[in-house]
Design a protein around this ligand. Structure first.
Ligand code: ADP
Ligand code: MG
Length: 336
């Protein structure tokens, strides 16, 4: 793998959290019902994502790390909904593997009770080269380990922040996926300590409880409103949970917002939420919110900042008013 490719990869994989996002997305794409994320040293030492998804045959595992290889349909729709985040489709594992040491262990799930492969495959991919492929005993599903991220791109490594900061980014990403997928058991462990674990058997409220704890979960207020109950604008519905104004934080990172199921940030959504609280929060305080917006695809512009998932709407003002109204009516119903 040449230097140019490595530098390019370092630009695309910004930090451990970017790799975590791609790996968790792959697990969800593989239909996993349980995803365990284990992090060491903020993700610089180790990122390990284990899932019970479809798994891969030896041929699949070899293909998975190849450039431009995807088993997924690369439709225009995908690109429009912002699915392809790391470069293009089929680039994530290849790109991550060019700036780290990746080990994949995978075994396909049995089909109709028939095990397709008696053993799994272990593949090691380091600095862009496959160095090992061997049979291994492993559960059905996939374990991807990313070790020594940026070991061969010292300039990129130097840009990493403290362990605590890098882990905070990882935590935010994994939290977002856990909240958006309450039917998947998601756990996150950092340096041997379990940070949270959802059961995969609950609803959004249960996921919020697992992720943020009892104090926050008990302060959550449901939001559930259809577009036709809102001022004119593109939103078809707004649903989720927002916190009582007294349960707030000094950081906006607890605003988890989703458009058509994808975790995004958008000024219009944030401003709409904040507008609904008005002066109840006090300066520089933010509520907890886990809010899902449904909107026709053509009303969103996902290309503002594809990697950071920042979106804008054709009519930001209308979205801001709609979100404001949706959250305000939820607060009003509680007499707030
Ligand atoms: P993409 O997700 O865009 O297809 P990736 O580089 O992320 O590209 O993954 C390449 C391929 O590897 C996927 O298309 C999929 O077939 C396979 N793959 C990756 N991770 C997993 C996983 N956790 N379980 C099953 N298959 C996986
Ligand atoms: Mg992927």
């Amino acid at each position: 793998e040449d230097t140019v490719a490595r530098i390019a990869a370092g630009e695309v994989v910004e930090r451990p959290a970017s790799a975590v996002k791609e790996l968790v997305e792959n697990s969800l794409d593989a239909g996993a019902k349980a995803i365990d994320v284990t992090i060491e040293d903020g993700g610089t030492e180790l990122i390990r994502v284990a899932d019970d998804g479809d798994g891969m045959t030896e041929t699949d595992v070899r293909a998975a790390v190849r450039e431009h290889t995807t088993s997924k349909i690369a439709g225009l729709e995908d690109l429009e909904s912002g699915v392809a985040t790391l470069g293009f489709r089929g680039e994530a594992l290849h790109t991550i593997g060019s700036v780290s040491r990746v080990t994949i262990e995978s075994r396909p799930q049995a089909v109709d009770g028939e095990s397709r492969d008696a053993t799994g495959t272990k593949l090691v991919y380091e600095g862009g080269e496959i160095t090992t492929v061997e049979p291994t005993g492993c559960p059905a599903g996939t374990i991807v380990e990313v070790a020594d991220l940026f070991y061969n791109t010292p300039a990129r490594k130097k840009f990493l922040k403290t362990t605590a900061t890098e882990f905070a980014h990882v935590n935010r990403i994994v939290t977002r996926y856990a909240l958006a997928n309450p039917d998947v058991a998601v756990s996150l462990t950092h340096d041997g300590r379990e940070v949270f674990a959802t059961t995969g058997q609950g609803d959004l409220q249960a996921a919020v409880l697992a992720v943020y704890g009892r104090e926050v979960a008990s302060a959550m207020i449901p939001v559930e409103i259809d577009g036709d109950e809102l001022p004119p604008g593109p939103l078809e519905s707004v649903s989720g949970l927002v916190s009582h104004p007294e349960t707030n934080r000094s950081s906006r990172e607890y605003l988890a917002t989703y458009v058509n199921g994808r975790a995004v940030t958008a000024d219009a959504i944030r401003e709409g939420i904040m507008g609904a609280y008005g002066t109840q929060l006090g300066g520089d305080r933010y509520p907890f919110a886990t809010l899902f917006l449904e909107v026709p695809g053509d009303a969103v512009d996902v290309n503002v900042h594809p990697r950071k998932r920042e979106v804008r709407f054709d009519d930001d003002d209308a979205v801001r008013r709609q979100v404001d109204t949706a959250v305000e009516s939820a607060l009003l119903e509680q007499g707030l």
